[in-house]
Design a protein around this ligand. Structure first.
Ligand code: AMP
Length: 429
C-alpha cells in the first residue's frame, strides 16, 4: 500500500506547533474571561442553508459541502458567526442582552493552499449581541488588541472602514443588491477597476463612480483627518455620511479608552462576507500581506435567521496566522518547560514498584515517563538526555530494599540516593 498523506490543504501539527496553537487558544480564553465572553461549543457540521444564507459567494463556493447519510445538505463550518447567530435566533432568543459569546475551534474552507492559507484552520471568535452603540464596536477592536498583545505579537496594524459608506452610495443609485454584493467582493480582493466597471455597466451615475474612485485612494494613519475627508467626499448622501460619522465615533472611543493601537482608516475597504452592515476591520503585520483577524458589525443576521432584530458585532482571529506571524517575529514566548522525570526499574521484578512510584509523582503534579522498552540503563539515560528530561529515578534492587531510590540529575550528571518518602519534595525543589 502506498504511503498515506494528509489530504491536500490539511496539516498535521507536530508537538511544537500544537503547543503554540494551544497556547494561543489559552490566551484567547483569557481574553474571553477578561471581557466577560462566555464560551459555547457549536457543531463542526451545520446545514448548508444556514451556512450559505449570508456568507457571500466567495465563502459559499469554497465550502466542504456534502450530503449526510440521511440525504441532508450539510457542510463543514467555514466560520462561527452563522452558528452563533442561529443559537441567538433560537435557543438563546430570550437571553437578556447584551450577550457576549466566545467560541474557538477548527473551520474549513476549500482555499488554494499556500503560506498562511489552509483548508482547515483555527479561529477564536467573539460575538457581542444586542447593542448598536459604538462602544460595542470599540470593545471588539480593543479585545482584538488585547489578544494580539497577550500573544506577544508586535507591529500589528488595524485596517478599519465602514461598509455603510459604499453601501450608502450604491443604495442611492438603486444598484441591485446582488450587484452590490459582487462589487463588495471585488473591492475585498482589491479589484477596484473591475468593481467600478461593473457599476458603470449596471447604470451607476458618473458622479457615483467618480466618488468611488476617489474613495478607494483615501486611506491613512491620520485617522480623524481621513474620516473628515471621507465625510466631505460623500457629502449629500445621507446614509454614507451617517456611516462615516459612526466610524468616527467608534475610533474616538477607542482612542479615549487609552488603548493605543495603530489604525489605518481605509475608505475603499470591503469584506467578503455579505452580512456586514457597519464598521469592519482587519489586522495585519508588516511581513504578511494576509489578515490575522477580521470582523465587524452585522445588524440583520439574527433577524434573517428568524430571531428578534438584534444588532451585533464580532470578530474572528486566525490562530494559524497569528502563529505564523509570531514565528516570523522570532517565536512564541513559551512558558517555563515542565520538569520531566524518567522512572527506570533495573530489573523486570521491579516494574510494578516503578509504576507505583511513577503514579505517586504524577499525583504530585510531575511529568513522569516510565521506561516501557525494557532497555539497558545506559540506553535509557542516553535517550532521556536527548529528550532533555530533568531526572532519572532509578529503582535498584539493593536501594529499594532499604526504602530508597537513586535520583540522577541529567543536566548536572550528579546522582543521590533518596528515601522513597522524601522523593516528591526532592524532585520538586
Ligand atoms: P474572515 O472572517 O474570512 O475574514 O476570516 C477571519 C480570519 O480567519 C482571517 O482574518 C484569517 O486570519 C483567518 N483565515 C481565513 N481564511 C483562512 C485560511 N484559508 N487559512 C488560514 N486562516 C484563514
Amino acid at each position: 500500500m502506498s504511503e498515506f498523506k494528509p489530504v491536500r490543504g490539511m496539516r498535521d501539527l507536530l508537538p511544537e506547533d500544537a503547543q503554540v496553537l494551544r497556547a494561543i487558544e489559552e490566551k484567547a480564553r483569557v481574553v474571553a474571561r477578561l471581557y466577560g465572553y462566555k464560551e459555547i461549543v457549536t457543531p463542526v457540521v451545520e446545514s448548508y442553508d444556514l451556512l450559505s444564507a449570508k456568507a457571500g459567494e466567495e465563502v459559499k463556493s469554497r465550502m466542504f459541502l456534502f450530503k449526510d447519510l440521511g440525504g441532508r445538505a450539510v457542510a463543514l463550518r467555514p466560520e462561527f458567526t452563522a452558528s452563533v447567530a442561529r443559537l441567538v435566533a433560537s435557543t438563546l432568543r430570550n437571553e437578556s442582552k447584551p450577550l457576549r459569546l466566545f467560541c474557538v475551534g477548527s473551520v474549513y474552507r476549500y482555499d488554494e493552499p499556500q503560506r498562511g492559507r489552509y483548508r482547515e484552520f483555527w479561529q477564536s471568535n467573539y460575538e457581542l449581541m444586542g447593542s448598536d452603540r459604538p462602544e460595542a464596536d470599540a470593545e471588539i477592536l480593543m479585545l482584538t488588541n488585547s489578544l494580539m498583545q497577550l500573544t506577544g505579537l508586535k507591529k500589528y496594524v488595524f485596517k478599519v472602514g465602514h461598509i455603510g459608506v459604499l453601501k450608502g452610495l450604491l443604495g442611492r443609485e438603486n444598484v441591485d443588491e446582488k450587484v452590490q454584493n459582487v462589487v463588495m467582493q471585488l473591492m475585498d480582493k482589491k479589484q477596484h477597476g473591475d468593481a467600478v466597471a461593473l457599476l458603470e455597466r449596471s447604470g451607476a451615475s458618473r458622479e457615483c463612480t467618480s466618488i468611488i474612485r476617489k474613495l478607494v485612494e483615501l486611506k491613512g494613519a491620520n485617522i480623524f483627518r481621513v474620516v473628515d475627508e471621507i465625510k466631505t467626499l460623500v457629502d449629500g448622501c445621507t446614509q454614507s455620511v451617517e456611516a462615516v460619522r459612526n466610524l468616527g465615533e467608534v475610533l474616538e472611543l477607542v482612542s479615549k479608552s487609552g488603548c493605543t493601537i495603530d489604525v489605518t482608516v481605509d475608505a475603499g475597504f470591503a469584506r467578503g462576507l455579505e452580512y456586514y452592515t457597519g464598521m469592519i476591520f482587519e489586522v495585519y503585520v508588516p511581513d504578511l500581506d494576509i489578515a490575522l483577524g477580521g470582523g465587524g458589525r452585522y445588524n440583520r443576521l439574527i433577524e434573517l435567521f428568524g430571531g428578534e432584530p438584534t444588532p451585533a458585532v464580532g470578530v474572528a482571529h486566525g490562530m494559524d496566522r497569528i502563529m505564523l506571524a509570531l514565528q516570523l517575529q522570532g517565536g512564541f514566548e513559551k512558558a517555563g518547560e515542565q520538569k520531566t522525570a524518567v522512572v527506570v526499574p533495573t530489573k523486570d521484578e521491579l516494574i510494578g514498584e516503578a509504576m507505583k512510584l511513577a503514579q505517586v509523582l504524577r499525583e504530585a503534579g510531575m511529568t513522569v515517563e516510565l521506561e516501557v522498552m525494557g532497555r539497558k540503563m545506559s540506553k535509557v539515560l542516553e535517550a532521556a538526555g536527548r529528550r532533555k528530561a530533568t531526572f532519572a529515578v532509578i529503582i535498584g534492587e539493593k536501594e529499594f530494599r532499604e526504602g530508597a531510590v537513586v535520583v540522577k540529575d541529567l543536566a548536572k550528571r550528579e546522582q543521590t540516593v533518596i528515601s522513597v518518602g522524601k522523593i516528591k519534595e526532592y524532585l520538586k525543589s
